[in-house]
Design a protein around this ligand. Structure first.
Ligand SMILES: NC(=O)C1=CN([C@@H]2O[C@H](COP(=O)(O)OP(=O)(O)OC[C@H]3O[C@@H](n4cnc5c(N)ncnc54)[C@H](O)[C@@H]3O)[C@@H](O)[C@H]2O)C=CC1
Ligand SMILES: O=C(O)[C@@H]1CCC=N1
Length: 280
């Protein structure tokens, strides 16, 4: 006779803040059928109503400390400007219960979070992006020295529920991650907007242009992800000698596209460093 397996204790995850990013993580965890108990705290009842409506199994409260009682993992999902106030109010409880904190806030260093939480806290800092809303996110993560292997796995499972993850040993790399994948969806959306305007000038109806552009972006990303070829090789395969693609690419490269991207990403990374300095 088989010995019955002991059911593993579920991980209790508390979200501080019930906004867009928190909701995308909740969707991912529930779709993954992860062995978790979920709680959410937010002072805004409208935000909590949205959670109650879609996911009645998630416990909701306006009291951050109440939500944190007994939690294994606390996701800090509030805006960076209020993070200090929120974490300082959690500090006395954090010192007793010592959960893993996972911060998704842009531009707030682990050192500042740890100090505001009273010190010696296990903290994973990460930079997700908005495609997490459709479980196609990309997240860079960094763990401080207080994070155990099992806590690292718990943070990994949380973010893997909404996309791919890449760990970094050096926290300063998260400034580059912010510039590339954190802000990155906006660059692709800007290209889509520019293509939309150009397509309409060429005589396509808005809805026709939108469908063709969005599907082309999806197809290009899927091909780049699944093919053994690098993007440069895939580009060459589209580009016939003396053809239409070459005509377009000549305009973009002589217009300085590579240089513009280098400057843009430098500006984003440098802004990320400035925000971290201002929030320390
Ligand atoms: N939007 C983006 O592209 C990305 C955002 N992030 C980070 O994710 C974090 C959350 O962003 P969003 O979800 O977009 O913001 P959001 O504005 O949708 O959600 C923030 C939530 O915090 C709640 N809140 C306010 N005061 C609170 C308090 N004292 N205690 C608990 N909750 C409180 C608000 O009511 C709101 O529901 C930010 O720190 C942001 O930097 C990270 C990567 C990408
Ligand atoms: O624009 C910002 O500052 C945040 C960080 C990455 C995406 N949004």
């Amino acid at each position: 006779m088989d010995t019955p397996k002991l059911a593993q204790k579920p991980t209790t995850i508390t979200f501080i803040g019930a906004g867009n990013m928190a909701r995308s993580l909740i969707v991912g965890l529930l779709q993954d059928q992860a062995n978790v108990v979920l709680r959410v705290a937010d002072p805004d009842e409208h935000q909590l109503d949205a959670i109650r409506k879609h996911w009645p199994e998630v416990t909701t409260t306006t009291d951050n400390l109440e939500a944190m009682q007994g939690a294994d993992l606390v996701v800090l999902a509030v805006k960076p400007q209020i993070m200090r106030n929120v974490t300082e109010n959690l500090a006395s409880h954090a010192q007793l219960s010592r959960p893993l904190f996972v911060s998704i806030a842009a531009g707030i260093r682990e050192e500042a979070l740890n100090r505001w939480l009273g010190g010696n806290q296990a903290i994973v800092r990460c930079m997700p992006n908005t495609p997490a809303l459709v479980q196609a996110g990309a997240t860079g993560l960094y763990a401080n020295q207080h994070v155990s292997d099992s806590q690292r796995s718990a943070a990994e499972s949380l973010l893997r529920a909404v996309g791919i993850t890449v760990w970094f040993d050096d926290e300063t790399k998260l400034d580059a991650v912010t510039a590339i994948s954190g802000s990155g969806p906006a660059y692709f959306f800007l290209v889509m907007e520019a293509m939309q305007a150009a397509a309409e000038q060429l005589g396509l109806r808005p809805e026709e242009a939108h469908l063709l552009i969005v599907q082309t972006a999806l197809g290009a990303a899927k091909l780049a992800l699944e093919s053994d070829d690098l993007p440069g090789e895939l580009r060459q395969k589209v580009t016939s000698k003396g053809g239409t693609t070459e005509a377009a690419l000549n305009v973009l490269t002589t217009g300085g596209l590579h240089d513009l991207f280098a400057q843009a990403l430098q500006a984003a990374a440098s802004r990320s460093r400035e925000l971290a300095a201002a929030n320390s």
